[in-house]
Design a protein around this ligand. Structure first.
Ligand code: SF4
Length: 206
């Protein structure tokens, strides 16, 4: 690893540790540990099956089942039939869970505040670089596929002449720029592998 890559990885470690400490504090008000808070935040975007949650968080199904049971026991979530296959169950937030997720998402966070303070151009460049980084790790099978634009069948990268908003979301029919790329979108639908690879090439070509 180069010295520069080491420095970037170190910075990401520090930022992650700071975020996690903030989540401990914010989640403690609700009796949630950071993992339970992250699960709640994810299902508040879109309910998911426990197996999908286990894959996303890189834990065993048994461990995820324990976390989900704890959320259910505390009244933050419920298991319900999955509309896509009513024989399967998915985990959805309760009204109390949605409110907790909303408050967790808006809890004061030093990292988010510092990112907000960056010039807009720097924020957009940082987000685009992180999207590429995460996609590269996904392609290397180091982390599971995220609900991100680069893997979404609705994503059309660099199809508009507007340099500020070159991309297109076919789901909502709007043009958008790097600053609005999504890493966890509730409307995400996985693109076929060939289409995702073509999107990556068009995205990188700009
Ligand atoms: S549906 Fe969401 S993930 Fe897909 S392209 Fe639109 S904003 Fe991105």
């Amino acid at each position: 690893m180069s010295g520069q890559a080491d420095q970037i990885a170190f910075a990401l470690d520090r930022l992650s540790a700071l975020r996690r400490a903030g989540r401990w504090r914010a989640g403690a008000d609700f009796g949630l540990n950071p993992t339970q808070g992250e699960i709640l935040s994810r299902i508040a975007v879109r309910p998911e099956r426990a197996a999908e949650l286990a894959a996303h968080f890189g834990v065993t199904p048994a461990s995820m089942s324990d976390s989900v049971s704890s959320l259910v026991a505390k009244g933050f979530a419920a298991r319900e039939p999955d509309p896509a296959d009513r024989r399967a169950q998915r985990v959805a937030p309760s009204a109390k869970g949605r409110e907790a997720a909303r408050q967790l998402a808006t809890a004061p966070d030093a990292v988010t505040a510092a990112i907000h303070a960056l010039p807009g151009r720097d924020r957009a460049a940082l987000l685009a670089a992180l999207v590429r980084l995460i996609r590269g790790l996904q392609e290397a099978r180091a982390i599971p596929v995220q609900r991100m634009c680069l893997t979404c069948r609705h994503f059309r990268p660099n199809v508009h002449d507007d340099a500020a908003r070159p991309h297109h979301c076919a789901f909502v029919g709007v043009a958008f720029g790097d600053a609005d790329l999504r890493l966890d979108c509730g409307d995400h639908e996985p693109a076929p592998a060939g289409e995702a690879a073509a999107n990556r090439r068009r995205f990188d070509a700009a």
